[in-house]
Structure formats: C-alpha cells, structure tokens
Write a protein that binds this ligand. Structure first.
Ligand code: ATP
Ligand code: MG
Length: 467
C-alpha cells in the first residue's frame, strides 16, 4: 500500500511474525543474524573499519539509526551512523582521518574520501549530569525545556531512549551480526508507524525539530504518525520559533529535497508547521490556488528528479518556495502602477530579509533564486537581441525550467515557453545533428558560458534542470 512498506523485504514480515507476536512494546529484543535476515555484507568496508577499530580498543560499537531502518525496509541508506561507548576525544585519537564537530551535540566525523561515518557517543536521556562522571556543564536546557547542549554520556540502553523515534532506535553489531531493538522499532517498522520514544510533549520541548523529523520520515517512508506523536505536533508547533534559523534552513532542505517534497508540504500545512518555516508562503497559499498549484507542480518535478538520482539545487527550491509571495508582491506593485525593475528588486529583497528571520538562507542561494526570478521577465520579453545574452547567463537553464513550471501551473507567460523551447531545440540540432533522440533536458544541452559576468556567476545556482 505504501512506498516504504511496499519496499519492506519479506524477512521483516517473517521476523515480525516469528519473533514479535506476543512481544510487549517495552524491553530489549535481541534478534540474531539467523532471524533478521539482513545480509552479512550489509556494512560497507569503510564503516567496518570504524566499528572494528573501536571494538579492537575495547569499546562497544554499533551501527544505529536511519541506515538500519532503511535496510530493513529495503531502501539503500544514504549514510551510516555509529554509536559507541567511547567518548569523542577517544574516538578522535583512534582515527587519524577524523574530526570532532558540533558543540550542542559533540560528534566525530571519520572521513574516507567523500564518505563520512558519523560516530556518536552513547547519550543519556534523563538529566543525569553528575551521576556518570559528566559535569553539570554537559547538558544545558533553556527555560522552555529545549536542550541547548547535550553531552551527557550514558549506556546503550539510555542512548536508545534518548533517540527520537522507535524505528530510529535499532542497533546492529558487526561482531555477531545481531540486532538490538530497545523500543519496539521492528514492530513499528512492520506496521509503518512513526512513534516518538517517551512522552511526546516533553520530547518535542527538548528538541522541537523532532516535529519536522516526524513529518519528514512519515512522508518519505509513507508511514502514519502514531496518535500521540501526531497530536502533540498540533499543540506544540509554535516551539519551532525557538530554533535557530540556520538549523531550520538545513531542515527545510532535508524536508523538501527528500524525494517526497510534495507530500511533505501537504503534511506541513496540515500540521500547521509551514507557517513557522515559510510564513509568507503559507499566508499566500491559503488564498492563492494558482500559487499552490505552482508549488505542487514544482515539488512533483523535484521528486521525479530525486527518483532519477538527479540533484536539485537549494537555490531553485528557494525560488520555488518563495514564488507565491513574490508574485503577490509583484501584483501589489502593479496595482500601484509600479512596474520598474528596481521596485521588483526591492520587493524581492524585502521578502528575503523577512524570510531570513525564519530560515537563514545562505546568500549564494538567495542571490541565485532572485536571478531566476528576474530572468522570468526577460524570458517573457520577446526582444530577440537578448537571446545570446540570456543563453550565457549561468541561471538561464534554471530560469527556463522555472518558466515551464509557471506555465504548467496556469500562469500567463505569453509565448515565452514556445519561443525558448524553439531556441533550445535549434541549438541542440546545430550542436548535435548526429545524435538521434537527444533530450532537451540533457545537462549537455545547457548553453556554455564564455566567461563570468557577475560575482556570483561562477557559483552553481543550478535549477531543476541542473545536473
Ligand atoms: P536520514 O536517512 O535522514 O539520515 P537518520 O534517522 O539517519 O535519517 P540522522 O539525522 O542521520 O537521521 O540521525 C541519526 C540518528 O540519530 C537518528 O536515526 C536518531 O536515532 C538520532 N537522532 C537524530 N536527530 C535526533 C533528534 N533531534 N532527537 C533525537 N534523536 C535524534
Ligand atoms: Mg543518518
């Protein structure tokens, strides 16, 4: 029935039937390799090096989190997380190719070329500062209950309980290939449920980003959100106001570029979370069906690109998400008979300034997103002497893709789509006469730039069509 559960490989079902039939939710379940059926070559060599390196020095080392969740669902994991009894400084000293990152939550990145293995020391969930050799400085809460710093170390059992969702609290050891399930994660995976560990109210207060993560995983895996986990989101959405805008921007990228952006935005609106990340967009969407149609279309396209393994640039996503309020600002200007490029620039600058209070959009992305918008007007104008100049603009391809989306969503763009599609077809025919069936959307069909004209030109703003 669901994308995620469709992917559940048979063994998850049989594992559940044989092992979990009468199991209670609480308590540890140890699932030997012979029963969980995960292949013995599950762990890539570079991750094994980390697990074995830690074990050789007498530390516990487990594969944990999203990679196991995904493996059990038959999905290829995108990264590997390791949990260990070794403290960060010890891990750092064991691997030359490592560095400690994070202050709020100290982690070690062990680097293998472009691959990163993230190693986290077992954390304790309860405020146990002082009981396990950690000083009280290691965990700090805001008055709201939000954890400002969390470096109180604990046991594997404590570590499992401080994780966010049951399906993210499974542990795998390469030593004998067994799986540990402390919180009923296998059962929830089987049933397709996202369930917060512990009391949802306080777990969201500790870290409101867990609300966004609940929606992200539910959308991505096509899971439902357990009743209490869901109800608390409705009540506590406003806690997101306390999250630093830089973190919210990072989360936004994960939310909308996960391959299920369309479903995600639907859920974000349903749960009232979009207004804490993109308030201007949310307020326009409530009244602007064309804006909504545009966003849905754009996110469907983005999802299709992700399914094909093609990247989508954050700048393009930003241009898409803020287009409905930008169009509204433009309409307002036109109502006042202002149609100058400067007024348009000012409206965009104002919108970005407001938006950055919620999600801190790095300048390189906001500049490129604005360029995509400004190019819309130039693409719509049919002064043919601009063709060469426009083709040389590094944002041209993204702007053209954007134009296609606008037209598909019912916006009036004159004959611009037909005209530019014609231009690109002609260019393609001239460039590759011998290649039958060459696609317009091929990355190679993107016009080459002779030399950069503006400071940010060399950066890769890209677009849906960027590869
Ligand atoms: P993804 O596929 O997006 O990487 P993931 O579950 O691996 O999913 P990560 O952000 O890589 O997510 O985090 C790794 C693990 O750390 C999670 O599976 C979860 O156990 C734990 N975790 C991450 N963020 C939180 C959080 N905010 N609160 C509690 N536990 C968390
Ligand atoms: Mg991960």
């Amino acid at each position: 029935m669901t994308g995620g559960r469709k992917g559940v490989i048979g063994f998850l079902s049989s594992l559940f039937k044989t092992n979990m039939k009468n199991a209670s939710r609480a308590g540890l379940k140890v699932i030997p390799a012979s029963e969980h059926g995960l292949p013995s070559n599950l762990v890539p060599d570079h991750v094994l090096k980390v697990l074995n390196g830690l074990a050789r020095h007498g530390h516990d080392a487990w594969l944990v989190g999203g990679c196991l969740r995904d493996f059990l669902l038959g999905i290829t994991p995108k990264d590997f997380d390791v949990a260990t009894s070794a403290h960060p400084e010890v891990v750092r000293s064991l691997f030359r190719n490592s560095r400690i990152i994070g202050r709020r939550f100290k982690l070690i990145h062990v680097l293998f070329g472009r691959e990163i293995v993230e190693v986290a020391t077992f954390r304790a969930n309860q405020d146990s500062a002082g009981t396990n050799g950690n000083s009280g400085r290691s965990r700090r809460h805001a008055r709201s209950g939000r954890i400002l710093r969390d470096n109180v170390y604990g046991t594997i059992e404590e570590d499992a309980l401080r994780r966010d969702f049951t399906v993210n609290a499974l542990y795998y050891t390469a030593t004998d290939g067994s799986l540990r399930d402390f919180c009923g994660g296998v059962q929830d995976l089987h049933n397709g449920v996202i369930r917060l560990i512990g009391d949802p109210g306080s777990r969201y207060r500790e870290d409101p980003v867990r609300m966004l993560r609940a929606l992200r995983f539910a959308a991505r895996l096509d899971f439902s959100i357990e009743e209490h986990t869901a109800a608390a989101i409705h009540k506590q959405a406003a806690l997101l106001r306390d999250i630093p805008p830089a973190r919210l921007f990072d989360e936004s990228l994960k939310l909308f570029l996960s391959g299920k952006g369309c479903r995600t935005i639907e859920m974000m609106r349903e749960y009232g979370l979009l207004s804490f990340l993109f308030p201007a967009t949310e307020s326009v969407l409530a009244r602007d069906s064309q804006g909504l149609q545009f966003l849905e279309k754009a996110l469907q396209d983005t999802d299709a690109r992700a399914a094909e393994g093609k990247p989508v640039s954050p700048a393009f996503l930003v241009a898409v998400l803020l287009w409905p309020p930008m169009r509204q600002a433009e309409r307002k200007l036109q109502e006042q008979d202002i149609d100058s490029p400067e007024a348009y620039q000012q409206a965009a600058a104002q919108l970005f300034a407001q938006q950055c209070r919620y999600t801190a959009i790095p300048r390189r992305f906001s500049m490129a997103a604005r360029e995509v918008w400004f190019l819309q007007k130039r693409l719509e104008s049919d002064r043919s002497r601009q063709v060469e100049t426009l083709l040389q603009n590094s944002c041209f391809r993204a702007a053209y893709d954007f134009l296609l989306l606008r037209e598909a969503a019912g916006e009036k763009v004159g004959g611009a789509v037909r005209r530019w599609t014609g231009v690109l077809r002609r260019m393609q025919t001239e460039a590759e006469p011998a290649r039958p069936g060459a696609q317009l959307a091929d990355a190679e069909s993107r016009p080459r730039r002779s030399r950069p004209r503006r400071r940010y030109r060399n950066r890769r703003p890209g677009g849906a069509g960027t590869s």
